[in-house]
Design a protein around this ligand. Sequence first.
Ligand SMILES: NC(=O)c1ccc[n+]([C@@H]2O[C@H](COP(=O)([O-])OP(=O)(O)OC[C@H]3O[C@@H](n4cnc5c(N)ncnc54)[C@H](OP(=O)(O)O)[C@@H]3O)[C@@H](O)[C@H]2O)c1
Ligand SMILES: [Mg+2]
Length: 328
Amino acid sequence: MVKVYHDNDIDEKVLKGKTVAVIGYGSQGRAQALNMKESGVNVVIGLRSGKSWKQAEADGLKVMTVIEAAKAADVVLMLVPDMAQPIVWNEEVSLGMSKGKTLQFAHGFNIHFGVIEPPKDIDVIMVAPKSPGPEMRRQYENGFGVPALVAVHQNATGNALKTALAIAKALGSGKAGVIETTYKYETESDLFGEQAVLCGGADQLIRRGFKVLVEAGYPPELAYFEVCNELKLIVDLIYKSGISGMYRAVSDTAKWGGLTVGPMIVDDHVEQNMRKALKEVQNGTFAKSWTQEYKEGSKKFRALVEECDNLEIEKVGKQVRKMSGLEK
Ligand SMILES: NC(=O)c1ccc[n+]([C@@H]2O[C@H](COP(=O)([O-])OP(=O)(O)OC[C@H]3O[C@@H](n4cnc5c(N)ncnc54)[C@H](OP(=O)(O)O)[C@@H]3O)[C@@H](O)[C@H]2O)c1
Ligand SMILES: [Mg+2]
């Protein structure tokens, strides 16, 4: 069984008198900085000048350059995009680190795949909230939190896990549960999950379901409702009460259809593809190709994002969401 910590198991006093620098102010950076500040942590933000800088200042936070923030802090949270982290680390953050400080990530990519190699005399920890930043912020504002994973890569001070747990508590995650794991497990399972099921898998199921219905002559608006809009309602049921709970809430016809036709749609062949994706995560093939793509200017990456923006389902979806008041 994994080890799970809640607020009562965690001593937040290890952060007393310490300064925590949040580097980057995007999805995770903003949510984490605001949650920690409201939990009483002394937070500073490290950024380059630009949009994020203005936003962080407007939110009432103390903003400085990345090097200044890393120098001022005892704990440094790397919350710029994974692909930007190696340069930000080499050229800025590393210059502000010294013996006994803590470097923290929200995802293990650069440490696990050896892209960033921190000096041995600092703690290297992970606090990975299992949620997009805005949702983590929303939960915190409602007096709750999202679950998080914590892990230790280097324990130079002997206090690395305690620091990670205290940060997780300050983010609100101690209310939902903080699970202790390793950099390897977090990195590989996170990449697999987003590729096979959450982002990639769900995207392809929706896209292909929409394509099949529209090709067969069904109105695109109807197709959008059936294979995309309603997915949220089904996922909400699964989130709250599991797969069985979802099946208990739908009609018997949907139960029978789902349980018998589902395995024909997502079949053993798909499972084989999932194994292949997992292997490529584990042996570093994925990390290498993504790092390479980023280094070469992300041309293919941008083309794929653009292709998605131009799908028919995206155009129809926008109209439908406007019509039903979901989007302005
Ligand atoms: N997004 C999520 O829901 C999520 C969930 C769990 C874990 N994580 C992990 O959290 C980390 C951060 O991800 P994210 O999605 O929050 O990132 P993000 O929103 O894309 O981060 C954008 C922020 O990074 C800054 N930035 C980008 N390049 C920079 C550079 N070269 N120097 C200084 N600042 C720079 C941007 O500033 P400018 O405005 O100046 O460009 C902006 O403030 C990653 O390790 C990710 O895997 C993310
Ligand atoms: Mg991820």
